[in-house]
Design a protein. Structure first.
Length: 227
């Protein structure tokens, strides 16, 4: 039986996570809280590409199977991982870590664990037994109407979600903001896809791309910036 993880907060040995946004089967955004000093398993996703936006705290990320390959990522940092790349994310010992994880496509059980500090080496994704219902304190990102904008504040990061037909409204300071494409794409004159749903980039990068290519009808963007 296929489990429905929408509207459920999944309890993890290292913290918790839940789907804060989902665009059918195209992508899902998971909101992660990793307790200070704790870490995920060393794992990979064979089929899906994953991206991370660090909201608060410092992520110590092991990329690949060797511990020497550890890099630190602070607030507003972007991390993108190809399918099949093993990784482990640890919160610093000083503070909890909060992040958004973008899954493309949305495949919750696309998970292989290699090493785990909590005895889950050969186990798949958690069942709904390890979950609780969402409450009013748990933020959920909603899709706005075409001419409207949804606004949220999460860990002192401002989140705007809205549709764009072009990126003329983006200014130079948007080089400091980050955008996640929730739906839509930028295409070439020959209708070849340049960048599409699930990608996470600096916002101003989209404006630069749009000066050479075009938005295919409209794009739904999540833009994150420091308050």
């Amino acid at each position: 039986m296929k489990l429905n993880y929408d509207n459920r907060v999944i309890n993890k040995p290292w913290g918790e996570e839940y789907n804060i946004f989902r665009n059918k089967k195209k992508i899902a955004i998971t909101y992660l809280k990793i307790k200070k000093g704790f870490a995920t398993s060393l794992h990979c996703h064979p089929k899906k590409k994953t991206g991370f936006l660090i909201l608060k705290g410092t992520a110590e990320v092991q990329i690949g199977i060797y511990k020497k390959n550890i890099k630190k990522y602070n607030s507003m940092s972007i991390l993108v991982l190809r399918p099949g790349l093993f990784h482990r994310i640890k919160a610093s010992n000083n503070t909890n870590l909060y992040a958004l994880e973008i899954e493309n496509p949305y495949l919750k059980n696309d998970l292989i664990r290699m090493k785990d500090n909590y005895g889950r080496n050969k186990k798949g994704y958690e069942s709904l037994k390890n979950s609780r219902a969402l409450t009013n304190n748990d933020t959920i990102f909603e899709t706005p109407n075409l001419s409207k904008k949804k606004r949220y504040k999460l860990n002192n990061i401002k989140i705007d979600i809205s549709y764009y037909k072009n990126f003329k409204a983006l200014k130079s300071y948007d080089d400091k903001s980050v955008s996640i494409i929730l739906d839509g794409k930028i295409i070439s004159e020959k209708n070849k896809t340049v960048i599409t749903t699930g990608e996470i980039v600096k916002s101003y990068t989209l404006k630069q791309l749009a000066s050479y290519f075009k938005v295919d009808e409209k794009i739904l963007l999540l833009r994150a910036s420091k308050t």
